[in-house]
Design a protein around this ligand. Structure first.
Ligand SMILES: [Ca+2]
Ligand SMILES: [Ca+2]
Length: 143
């Protein structure tokens, strides 16, 4: 083995030991599709037992099941959102205590706290865990 071969071998050994630079980390292509807009199509709203489409017990459909709204914290601002959403104009009264008869099914919302300018009742602050019975079903009368 002559010196040249030894020299080349030594060089190649050094080359192998040379620390490879870490490959650049993938720029995390995160899916920024964070459109958390509510889908009103999946929920519906109606007024029952009030004699017209614009007055009655508030009922909403969640995941295919119609239910009611508890009257705890139910006031004119909440009624206003219901009336506007239904195209019924302004609310003139928010009714408590199952004024329009007791509904059936689940009580979907409790402690509704609308500001009054929400587009949908389910955009309002509320609680889904209720402590209510259907004798507390909320109602509205729109203009
Ligand atoms: Ca309220
Ligand atoms: Ca309550």
């Amino acid at each position: 083995m002559d010196l040249v071969v030894v020299f080349v071998m030594a060089l190649s050994l050094m080359a192998v030991r040379k620390v490879q630079p870490k490959p650049a980390e993938h720029s995390a292509l995160r899916n920024t599709n964070s459109s958390t807009t509510a889908e009103p199509e999946t929920q519906r709203l109606r007024l029952m037992d009030g004699g017209s489409n614009c007055s009655g017990r508030v009922e909403l459909e969640v995941m295919g099941t119609w239910g009611t709204v508890c009257d705890d914290n139910w006031d004119l601002a909440d009624a206003e959102v219901v009336c506007q959403q239904l195209g019924c104009g302004s609310a003139i009264q928010a009714l408590n205590g199952s004024h329009f008869q007791k509904g059936t099914g689940p009580i979907h919302l409790d402690e509704v706290k609308c500001l009054g300018n929400e587009s949908y009742l389910w955009d309002c602050l509320s609680e889904t865990n209720h402590d209510c019975g259907h004798k507390e079903d909320a109602g509205v009368i729109c203009l």
